[in-house]
Design a protein around this ligand. Structure first.
Ligand code: COA
Length: 449
């Protein structure tokens, strides 16, 4: 669409002219094109299935997206000559693409993605997106996402939209006019869903520790994984909480319904939940529909640390795969294997730390161990991170680390003090090993304080 201004004249006629089938629409993709998908639930499954089915027509088509709940079939080894995945965030469908030789990583903060598109650092030929049917003015709606999709549609040379009547109509930077689309495919299907993670005793204990640091009237950012839901479940007795978050899942709904999240004390966008995207179940998507309490804004605004810092009592809560003795947080890789992506973790850690009222905090919360299928126990607290792993939140930014065994505050502590505090919240079964590593590194006996 190349940043076309909406042209509301005769939009119904325009819509009819652009209507086509998925099979025809994906012929607009040419070999070696760079294709970006709408983000997360805005990923148009119907168009992607048609694109994969048409694989023989393509050579070297580059696919880029961030969070995806889709099947990721374009990363299957048999399509290696047809598609390459230049991933920004990896999930179940795409995680093995690098090992297959047809995937690679573009390291970029989510917040900078729209900026990189505007600056031409990343250029896209085609954007495939899912939108709602047009309203009476000819505007379709992105419903559950504004993060980078809004900018991707503006930057790409061609925009192909799957119109799905299940897409809610949400407020914010979510409107795209029919005149700004190049091809339209009507195809209803249920929106993709992410079921709430199971919250067990460990997660609940972590949630309680997090809740103990959260004051009434705080504004929260909640990351990805089981931990955010556990934190929310522990906040039932809090008052006047607000949300300024990259994303939300179903967990916020109970607290909205209970009146705990009312955004009444937010210092920025008072009364509104501000997010870049939603990822949950139909219950969450129904909540988004024409709900003035919810405001979707692009990620270069929501995740901008200077914007985050304008929220009083800002609390960011994210998770990790590993934390080392220095407090370095690994959240997106397991050794050299890309597991997910940086998302907004660093931006929210920094934004919360610099909250203008001086009351912001950032929390990295995680279970102390993972237990593999064969029963092997792996400590998430480690003397040094795995070889090849990438640091997500560095030791200068890290603030609180929480496990089911307690809270370790990193800021203001020396490295030795940090290591001691972290061993104090490690799983009892690994404390001996960690103590030995402590003693070797610091030439001091480990004393449990
Ligand atoms: N070593 C080896 N494997 C590990 C591991 C470790 N240290 N830590 C976790 N794993 C494995 C788990 O066993 C699990 O494997 P499985 O999928 O086979 O069951 C998997 O990795 C996921 O671990 P888990 O701890 O359950 O992750 P999660 O779903 O709670 O997500 C993050 C945690 C860190 C991956 C997730 O929060 C993330 O991607 N963060 C980065 C982006 C971010 O923070 N965004 C915030 C703004 S939205």
């Amino acid at each position: 669409m190349s940043d076309k201004i909406p042209s509301p004249m005769n939009w119904r006629e325009d819509y009819e002219k652009k209507l086509t089938t998925a099979e025809e629409a994906v012929k607009l993709i040419k070999s070696h094109d760079h294709v970006i998908f709408g983000h997360c639930i805005c990923e148009p499954e119907g168009l992607i299935d048609a694109m994969v089915a048409n694989h023989d027509a393509y050579r070297g088509v580059h696919i880029t997206h961030m969070v995806s709940l889709g099947k990721g079939e374009y990363t299957n080894p048999e399509y290696k000559d047809n598609f390459t995945f230049d991933g920004i965030f990896f999930g179940a469908g795409t995680r093995n693409s690098i090992a297959h030789g047809n995937g690679d990583v573009i390291p970029v903060y989510f917040s900078e993605l729209p900026i990189w598109m505007r600056r031409g650092i990343l250029n896209f030929d085609v954007c495939l997106v899912m939108v709602s049917p047009p309203d009476q003015w000819g505007y379709c709606n992105l419903g559950v996402e504004s993060g980078y999709t809004f900018q991707a549609m503006r930057s790409a040379k061609t925009v192909i939209a799957q119109v799905n009547s299940n897409m809610p109509f949400a407020y914010g930077d979510t409107h795209i006019h029919v005149s700004q689309l190049d091809a339209i495919v009507e195809m209803d299907m249920p929106l993709m869903e992410s079921q709430p993670a199971k919250v067990g005793d460990v997660e609940m204990a972590i949630g309680e520790y997090c809740a103990s640091l959260i004051e009434d009237g705080s504004t929260l950012q909640l990351g990805i994984g089981a931990i955010p839901d556990a934190v929310l479940a522990s906040l039932k007795n809090h008052k006047h909480l607000g949300i300024h978050s990259e994303m939300i899942a179903d967990g916020v709904l109970d607290l909205v319904e209970a009146g705990v999240i009312d955004c009444s004390e937010k210092s920025l966008h008072r009364g509104q939940i501000v997010v870049t995207f939603l990822m949950g179940t139909k219950r969450l998507y129904d909540f988004a529909d024409r709900n003035p309490m919810l405001m979707l804004r692009p990620v270069d605004y929501v995740n901008d640390p200077t914007v985050i810092a304008k929220n009083n009592k800002m609390v960011s809560i994210n998770s990790a795969l590993q934390v080392d003795f220095m407090g370095q947080v690994v959240a997106a890789s397991i050794g050299t294997k890309q597991f997910s992506g940086v998302g907004g973790q660093v931006d929210f850690v920094r934004g919360a730390s610099r909250a203008e009222d001086g009351k912001g905090i950032s929390i990295i919360a995680m279970p102390s161990i993972v237990t593999k299928k064969d029963g092997t126990i792996i400590s998430k607290i480690v003397p040094t991170i795995d070889q090849g792993a990438a640091v997500t939140t560095n030791r200068y930014d890290v603030d609180y680390i929480i496990t089911e065994y307690g809270i370790a505050h990193m800021k203001g502590k020396t490295l030795r003090e940090r290591a001691r505090a972290l061993i104090g919240i490690a799983h009892p079964s690994v404390v001996d090993d960690l103590s030995k590593a402590f003693e070797e590194r610091f030439n001091t006996p480990y004393v449990d304080e």
